[in-house]
Ligand binder design. Structure first.
Ligand code: HEM
Length: 758
């Protein structure tokens, strides 16, 4: 009886103490005068996330409580803010007080466990690991990875080519496809393991990576306990480890694979490799920023006296795994979002393709690191995508390690501060009213300068920002550039807009991204060049020279193309001064042809240039054809048959619309090809197209805004259809006429051969 009473009173006192302490904890925000939802005694506000994902809940609360508010994960207070000044303080200015990340409820001890990796480490330990890893992601090291990334993308293109073809739109699901690509790329660039999950969707690595990601995104009972009673962390972690010894754990499988690689690589000691694994193995030779750390260590009573300048095997294992998982889903999901947005904004897709084709013509099967720097509009597209989808926002949080003040707010030790990126990056204060529009031009330098740097943080901020940023951007840019050269993207019937999102390890499309991908035909590029010459009246050889010059515009000192929206409607007249200066400069340019051993290189370059010219021609013609076609249709000046010409010749010059008595509805005379249409350019438009030789244009097919339907087009000085109709039957006729046949046929043969060989 006495024992029972004793136990009862002990339990009640323990519960009372627990109750008081917990109550006290749940009053933190009230005492600080920070608004927020009312917490539950046991769960805090965790139950609110059972139906609504964290990032959505944050948005709801932002509307209710303002820019800065607080909620509780179990007993742990989390301050959420979209105030850019506060973010700057936490992530950058007061980093010394906020150097730790939010701890996951069931994870290794960030200070003691040997295999803690950079993501969870904190304090000096994090500093040391980051100092070792940073050089592995330097620009020079990333440059060395470019050929490997190139190869992986070529595999992707193969798979996509199998799915889509030039004549029909086939639906591709991009999230899964890009996951396979990023996994193959990271495995090769990071560890030197050559897998091809693109060709083998059942690949073991792929299966286990998916397994790990799924595992971390579930909220099993153990995780919940970890959140509710964080002080019992060591108990939860023990249970976790025991459980994973009983049932299969994909993390252990992956770790074992990494260990095998490390042993092999240490034995082979092949210094010529440039992958991340080698850099981690060699890290001891390159980490200069240790000097700082060593000075710090010397001040405290450190039994090792020296900071470990290399990484242990277990550290390398956990980092290899970290990079695999950190890079696999983030990069692939970003890619899927980019193509989704391009399918929704065809004018952006077109503009971007134009930039890519100018810098990297289709013959370039390998993309150079330096070429990527020229793709500025592509940068804007990627940045704008990451603005609209800050998909890794679940991890952009810091823990306060020392009581401090931000503005007039006192932040106690232990409090978490979470950056509410979705609200910052959709805040009209920073981005204007059209925040839901996909507008890459927000990132033009003059716009960027006006914005607070913390208004865009998809890679986090400050010293702990994403370590793999450079590698991620390399992949993103290369994939978009290469894929866009070969494919057109449109929404498919399966695509749901707006895209439903879900929260996993990142915030990703709930049902994938299903797009119709149409392969861009090679014949079109050839036709484009031809049309470019015909429509502008510039002889083909000059046209080729002009287009060639666009490759070297910067070298030639011409003004690079502006990126304003108005450029979408660029007219030939608009570009005529630019062209004139290019031609001038071309004349000055001494183009040397190599002989002997250099001949092959020269001819390859020549064919690359020519292919680019063709592609460019298509783009320009498509734009002109579309805008002119529309205007002509509006002006009702596109008609068929000879009567049109007669009528027009009697027509008042500035009478754009035909008069009643001049309607030309007769069938075309039989001697004229019935598929041949005739259009006249209204005076106004002629002014914009000074290169047209005549205002009368014959076209096969219609001049409606569709490049493919405009199969042939001829401009003539004096139109005499009965005597000598200028009917161009084939490509060869045109080449004959312009005396270019031999040269271009030779070029085409080379191009086709190269394409066939991939
Ligand atoms: C588009 C792709 C990616 C996005 C959006 C992204 C985003 C992020 C974010 C938001 C953080 C947290 C930063 C913070 O707390 O301030 C982070 C950290 C990190 N990321 Fe990435 N990431 C991407 C790709 C990658 C890749 C490819 C790798 C490695 C191969 C990588 C490795 C890391 C590492 C190691 C950290 C921890 C850095 C530290 O704590 O010091 N990430 N990333």
């Amino acid at each position: 009886m006495v024992v029972t009473i004793f136990l009862f009173s002990l339990c009640s006192s323990l519960f009372f103490v627990f109750y008081r302490l917990r109550k006290e904890k749940l009053l933190v925000f009230k005492k600080l005068g920070i608004p927020g939802p009312e917490p539950n005694f046991l769960f805090g506000n965790l139950l609110e996330f059972s139906k609504t994902p964290l990032y959505k809940k944050h948005q709801e609360w932002r509307v209710k409580y303002g820019e800065t508010y607080g909620y509780y994960e179990g007993p742990t207070p989390v301050l959420v803010t979209s105030d850019v000044k506060m973010l700057e303080e936490v992530f950058i200015k007061q980093f010394n007080n906020f150097h730790a990340r939010k701890l996951w409820p069931v994870q290794v001890d960030p200070d003691k466990d040997e295999d803690v990796h950079m993501f969870f480490a904190r304090g000096r330990r994090w500093k040391r690991l980051r100092a070792v890893i940073n050089p592995a992601f330097s620009a020079a090291k990333i440059r060395k990875m470019t050929p490997t990334v190139n190869e992986c993308i070529n595999h992707l293109l193969d798979v996509m080519r199998d799915t889509a073809n030039a004549t029909s739109h086939k639906t591709v699901e991009l999230v899964d496809l890009f996951r396979r690509l990023t996994l193959d790329t990271i495995l090769r660039c990071e560890i030197g393991i050559d897998r091809n999950s693109l060709k083998n969707p059942d690949d073991q690595f792929l299966r286990h990576c998916k397994g790990v990601i799924d595992d971390t995104t579930k909220m099993p009972w153990l995780y919940l306990l970890g959140f509710l009673f964080p002080h019992l962390h060591c108990i939860w972690i023990r249970i976790y480890k025991v459980l994973h010894k009983i049932k299969f754990n994909p993390v252990f499988w992956l770790e074992d694979k990494m260990r095998e690689v490390i042993i092999l690589r240490r034995t082979l000691n092949d210094k010529s490799r440039s992958d991340l694994m080698q850099q981690m193995l060699d890290a001891q030779f390159s980490a200069e920023s240790f000097l700082d750390l060593e000075r710090e260590e010397a001040k405290i009573d450190n039994p090792y006296k020296k900071t470990l300048r290399s990484m242990t095997n277990e550290e390398i294992v956990s980092h290899a795994l970290l990079f695999l998982l950190a890079g696999y889903e983030t990069t692939s999901t970003t890619l899927a979002y980019i193509f989704f947005e391009l399918s929704q904004y065809p004018q952006v897709q077109q503009r971007l393709r134009h930039e890519v084709m100018t810098v990297l013509p289709r013959g370039y099967s390998t993309i150079d690191y330096d070429d990527l720097k020229k793709l500025t509009y592509l940068d804007y597209v990627i940045w704008e995508t990451l603005r609209k989808y800050p998909l890794a926002s679940t991890v952009t949080a810091r823990q306060c390690m020392r009581e401090c003040t931000i503005g007039n707010l006192n932040i106690p030790e232990g409090m978490l501060v979470h950056a509410n990126l979705w609200d910052v990056q959709y805040d009209p204060k920073h981005w204007g009213e059209d925040v839901h529009t996909f507008n890459p031009l927000r990132f033009m330098p003059e716009q960027r300068r006006k914005r607070h740097p913390a208004a865009w943080m998809p890679f986090g901020g400050g010293p702990r920002a994403c370590a793999g940023l450079r590698f991620a951007l390399l992949q993103l840019k290369m994939v978009v550039a290469k894929v866009l050269r070969d494919f057109d993207f449109h929404p498919s019937e399966k695509l749901v807009v707006p895209l439903p999102l879900k929260q996993g390890a990142t915030i990703l499309p709930a049902d994938g991204v299903h797009l119709a991908a149409k392969r861009r035909g090679s014949a079109m590029t050839e036709a484009g060049l031809r049309r470019g010459s015909l429509m502008t009246g510039v002889p083909l050889s000059d046209w080729i020279s002009m287009r060639r010059s666009s490759l070297k515009e910067e070298d030639l000192g011409c003004e690079p193309m502006r990126l304003g929206v108005e450029e979408e409607e660029e007219t030939y007249s608009g570009s005529s001064s630019r062209r004139a200066s290019i031609v001038d400069n071309l004349i000055k340019l001494d183009v040397k042809t190599r002989r002997g051993s250099g001949e092959r290189r020269a001819s390859r370059r020549q064919s690359i240039i020519e292919e680019q010219l063709m592609s460019d021609g298509v783009d320009l013609m498509r734009r002109t054809s579309i805008s002119r076609g529309m205007e002509l249709l509006k002006a009702e000046s596109i008609n068929r048959g000879l009567n049109l010409i007669k009528a027009v010749s009697h027509c008042d010059d500035d009478a754009l619309a035909p008069k009643e008595e001049q309607t030309w509805r007769f069938a075309p005379p039989p001697e004229l090809d019935p598929t041949m249409g005739v259009s006249t350019m209204p005076e106004e438009l002629l002014g914009e197209m000074p290169h047209l030789k005549s205002r009368v244009v014959m076209r096969r097919g219609s001049a409606v805004p569709e490049l493919e339907s405009v199969a042939e087009a001829v401009t003539i000085d004096e139109f005499k259809p009965r005597e000598n109709p200028v009917l161009v039957e084939s490509t060869e006729d045109i080449f004959d006429e312009l005396d270019m046949k031999k040269k271009l046929m030779a070029t085409n043969n080379r191009l086709y051969q190269r394409r066939v060989s991939g």
